[in-house]
Design a binder for this molecule. Structure first.
Ligand code: DQA
Length: 149
C-alpha cells in the first residue's frame, strides 16, 4: 500500500547507544528504557489511529537503509540520530528522500551541552525539532505528526 492510501504508519528511529537508555547517563537521559519509550509510543499510536514502527541501530548504514526502505510507505518519521546528529551527512541525504513530516528529537537539550552537540546535520531539513523534554518529547512528536497527516 502506498502512503497515499490510508494506512497511517509512522517510523521511529533511534540511533546509537539509545538501546542503553535507563543505564546510560541517567542524570542526562533519564531512567526510562528504550523499550518503555517504544511501548508508550505504540499505545499512543493506537489511540491516535496510527501504526508505530520502531527501530534502533548502532550502525549508520543500517539507519540509512531503514530510511530508504521506509520512504515509500511511511507517513511520518520521528528520528533521534543520537551522536550521528552531529556527524552524519549520509543520514541527512537519506532523509532528503522522505516525502513526509520528519521530527528530529533529542532527550536532552543539545544546545545546553557541549559545543559539538549544538550542530545538527538534519535540523534544516527536518519539519521540526524537539530537544530537552526527555521521553515526553516522543509523545509530543507523535501527537504533532498525527495532526499533520
Ligand atoms: C541525544 C543527544 C546527542 O548529542 C547524543 O549523542 C545522544 C543522545 C539526545 O537524545 O539527547 O546520544 O541525541
Amino acid at each position: 500500500m502506498s502512503k497515499h492510501e490510508d494506512s497511517k504508519t509512522i517510523l521511529v528511529i533511534h540511533g546509537p547507544n539509545l538501546n542503553m537508555l535507563g543505564k546510560r547517563e541517567p542524570d542526562i537521559y533519564g531512567k526510562t528504557t528504550l523499550d518503555e519509550i517504544n511501548k508508550n509510543l505504540e499505545n499512543l499510536g493506537k489511540k491516535l489511529g496510527i501504526t508505530v514502527n520502531t527501530f534502533q541501530s548502532n550502525h549508520e548504514g543500517s539507519i540509512v537503509e531503514k530510511i530508504q526502505d521506509a520512504m515509500e510507505d511511511c507517513r511520518g518519521l520521528i528520528i533521534n540520530p543520537a551522536a550521528y546528529t552531529h556527524t552524519s551527512i549520509a543520514i541527512r541525504d537519506a532523509l532528503l528522500l522522505v516525502d513526509a513530516p520528519i521530527i528530529e528529537i533529542h532527550l536532552s537539550n543539545i544546545y545546553k551541552r557541549e559545543p559539538f552537540r549544538h550542530k545538527s546535520m538534519i535540523a534544516d531539513i527536518a519539519t521540526a525539532q524537539i530537544s530537552g523534554f526527555g521521553m515526553l518529547g516522543y509523545s509530543m512528536a507523535l501527537e504533532a505528526i498525527a495532526t499533520m497527516i
